[in-house]
Design a protein around this ligand. Structure first.
Ligand code: ADP
Ligand code: MG
Length: 208
């Protein structure tokens, strides 16, 4: 479950951004639609605990994340929140498999290589496990980013513009993949985008 109340944020000297209240139940998929500059990425970073709220509250599965210390928050995020950033960042000197193992370690979870293999196979990139991430195509990188966000079976999956760089076919495929994978781990999925093609694909929507 993901819930916000009267959430605001202000960058240095910028205007305060006010966010609509959000209530996403376990297992639901939500789309947050808004134009460029409306605060979607900021919202995603607040929900993921990467930015502290100016005011208001953020509750993830019953935990008020603003009450956590920085180190508690890092572990909490690693275990409970999977984030797919607009631009995926991997550790380039490491392989796909090693990048996923690090995601387990950072969450304070035991390294489980069988799970890494399972997730990569499920996303049809099992054969890339020993490749470095800079040897992958854009679409393959995106799948690795999805695998990394899902590997610890988070309660909440947050995705920032996951389709904006994709053609129509790949757009459909990525949305389907995210929804399928979220359903497989019974996670709440929240996608933020300005991509109008996603309008018809989510029954639950929030306008920024
Ligand atoms: P979106 O993702 O919807 O395009 P953002 O959340 O990135 O919107 O940005 C919302 C507003 O905050 C914009 O006006 C943007 O210029 C501003 N903003 C974003 N990041 C920063 C930052 N690091 N410092 C100052 N202002 C920022
Ligand atoms: Mg953005």
């Amino acid at each position: 479950m993901l819930r916000t109340n009267a959430l605001t944020f202000q960058y240095n000297n910028g205007p305060a951004i006010q966010f609509p209240d959000i209530l996403c139940q376990k297992g639901e998929s939500w789309l947050v639609l808004g134009q460029s500059g409306s605060g979607k990425t900021t919202l995603l970073h607040l929900l993921g605990g990467l930015l502290p709220p100016g005011s208001g509250t953020i509750e993830v599965g019953g935990t008020d994340i603003a009450q956590l210390s920085p180190s508690q928050l890092d572990q909490f995020r690693g275990k409970h929140i999977g984030i797919i950033f607009q631009q995926a960042h991997f550790i380039r000197s490491l392989t796909v498999g090693e990048n996923l193992k690090i995601a387990q370690e950072l969450a304070g979870l035991p390294v489980d290589i069988a799970k890494v293999t399972t997730f990569l196979d499920r996303l049809n990139i099992g054969d890339k496990i020993n490749k470095r991430t800079d040897e992958l195509s854009v679409g393959e990188k995106q799948r690795v980013a999805i695998a990394r966000a899902l590997i610890n079976q988070p309660e909440i999956i947050l995705a920032d513009e996951p389709t904006s760089a994709l053609d129509d076919n790949n757009c459909d495929e990525v949305v389907q993949l995210l929804e399928e994978q979220a359903a497989a781990v019974e996670a709440t999925l929240l996608v933020v985008t300005h991509d109008g093609r996603l309008k018809d694909k989510f029954s639950n929507q929030i306008l920024m």
